[in-house]
Design a protein around this ligand. Structure first.
Ligand code: ZN
Ligand code: MN
Length: 154
């Protein structure tokens, strides 16, 4: 999620100038979604803009856009990465029943980073907090009617 010098030099306006049509389409899909899409979901949406776009192109575009600092990537162990239009530091809450992924921000996270750095003796660059649990919708439902595991959902 760091904006490297190259990207900063390259960026003009919203940062999409100079991108190939494919990369621009992928960026548009991520920016127009208010959620956190997987590569497969982005591919499906990008095909509506560019019917001939391939999955490999979408995947490579996501990697490029992430390295250019134009979008964020969130990874959870072995689960599929999710892509985030918000590139500024923020935290996430993920629902273990329906897979819903929400943004939140805690001022305390930066203090936590200092503590974590002291404890680990790492030089801190960033911190990302993930709250794992049940979203309000899922915690209102009895366990039997809930899905199991993290499913696709925005
Ligand atoms: Zn849920
Ligand atoms: Mn987010």
């Amino acid at each position: 999620m760091t904006l490297d010098k190259k990207a900063r030099r390259r960026s003009d306006g919203d940062g999409s100038g100079g991108l190939t049509p494919q990369r621009r389409a992928v960026l548009r899909v991520v920016r127009e979604s208010d959620g956190h899409l997987t590569a497969a979901e982005i591919f499906a949406a990008a095909q509506k803009l560019l019917p001939k776009i391939s999955y490999a192109t979408v995947y490579n575009s996501l990697r490029y856009l992430k390295e250019a600092g134009l979008l964020g990537e969130i990874t959870f162990g072995n689960a599929a990465s999710r892509y985030d239009r918000e590139t500024a530091r923020h935290d996430h809450a993920v629902c273990t029943a329906c897979g819903k992924l929400l943004d939140f921000d805690l001022a305390e996270t930066l203090g936590l980073m200092k503590l974590a750095a002291r404890r680990s003796r790492f030089k801190p660059a960033s911190i990302h907090l993930t709250l794992v649990g049940l979203c309000p919708d899922c915690s209102d439902q009895p366990a039997a009617s809930r899905g199991s595991g993290v499913r696709r959902k925005r």
